[in-house]
Ligand binder design. Structure first.
Ligand SMILES: *Cc1c(COP(=O)(O)O)cnc(C)c1O
Length: 346
């Protein structure tokens, strides 16, 4: 019998949708409603974001995170501009050039930084290095929160980056594919790490959180989003049955359900990391501040996991990456820990 592949920790998007969120998806299936976002479900979802952030933001719903990021950045940049991002940023490494494509050639400039985080000094250096017409003019700062390495910027860290951006006329984009995990981890109000810290536009992830599909693009700087609907349409991201992209959000944002789900995933990751850290020869690579665990393991542990059918990425961050989600259980965590323990002969 071939071993069944096991995707429990491969990514937070190997899970299905959270049942209560899926119920909402099914509920909006009834009746005829206006199309292309002129419906009451979409209006309710946008209002839920305005209430959550305590500000009059503009909200759009797109199919995936690559579109959310690249269209948000395109709304900031002309073709001769540049976006400053961390060298491991998803917009650089995992979007197939979509941010450059949708902005007609805006260049991404990479900045280093510990644990996946940009640091204000390095960003400032990059922004001020050249001011001449031969260099693509820095116009946007894009930061991922949580980062691609599962770390989380504090509100003070986002504010410090926001201050650099503001000093040099840059707009700030936050890639929040896992925004809920960051807010749950920091236990701050979502406004503290976004518009109050200088973020102009946020990609707010729904899919990895537990929606069947869809991300929200939240413009705190409403002028930037003025023609966003046209961009979405041109990019093939304007859903005609928009109610389905909107449906998950009123449920997710009600009674802090989004934070409850994210806190669960974060707690699973912490438990997994604690278990792995106790094993000889294993090393947790980055602080576990959200729902990701990166670990360096001996080859025999990898071999055992591979032969047991466990699937996980090893091309990000230099170790094995294990992701937790709403659907991760204590039994899943124990099962993975058991497999690793067995692999190293404990
Ligand atoms: C998953 C992810 C995205 C979105 O990816 P899609 O596959 O396009 O939905 C964006 N940024 C980060 C950091 C991600 O992890």
């Amino acid at each position: 019998m071939p071993v069944q592949p096991n995707f429990s920790f491969a990514s937070d998007n190997t899970s299905g949708a959270c049942p209560d969120v899926m119920d909402a998806f099914i509920r909006v299936n009834n009746g005829r409603l206006p199309s292309y976002g002129d419906d009451v479900v979409t209006a309710q979802a946008a209002d839920a974001f305005r209430e959550l952030f305590g500000t009059d933001c503009d909200v759009y719903f797109v199919f995936n995170g690559t579109a959310a990021n690249s269209l948000a950045l395109a709304s900031i940049c002309q073709s001769y501009h540049s976006v400053i991002a961390h060298e491991m940023a998803h917009v650089e490494t995992d979007e197939c050039g979509a941010p450059e494509f949708f902005s007609n050639g805006t260049k991404i400039l990479l900045s280093p930084g510990e644990c996946g985080k940009l640091n204000p000094g390095a960003v400032e250096l990059l922004v001020t290095k050249r001011r001449d017409v031969h260099f693509p003019k820095p116009k946007a700062l894009s930061l991922s929160c949580p980062t691609e390495l599962g770390t989380v910027y504090t509100a003070a860290e986002v504010s410090a980056l926001g201050a650099v951006a503001s000093r040099h006329g840059l707009r700030v984009h936050m890639d929040g594919a896992r925004f809920a995990n960051a807010v749950a981890s920091l236990e701050v109000s979502p406004s503290e790490i976004t518009w109050k810290a200088g973020v102009d536009v946020l990609s707010f992830g729904g899919t990895k959180l537990g929606a069947p599909v869809g991300e929200a693009v939240v413009f705190f700087n409403r002028a930037l989003g003025e023609e966003f609907a046209y961009r979405c349409k041109q990019a093939g991201q304007l859903a005609s049955k928009m109610r389905f992209l909107a449906a998950p959000w009123p449920v997710l944002l009600k009674n802090n359900r989004w934070l409850e789900i994210a806190a669960h995933a974060n707690a699973c990751a912490r438990r997994l990391a604690e278990g792995l850290a106790k094993m000889p020869g294993l090393r947790i690579l980055y602080p576990v501040e959200a729902n990701a665990v990166f670990v360096e393991m001996p080859e025999r542990a990898h071999a055992a996991l591979r032969s047991g059918g466990w699937r996980y990425y090893v091309f990000i961050g230099g170790g094995a990456r294990f992701m937790c989600s709403w659907s991760t259980t204590d039994a899943d965590v124990e099962s993975l820990l058991g497999a690793v323990r067995e692999g190293i002969g404990l």
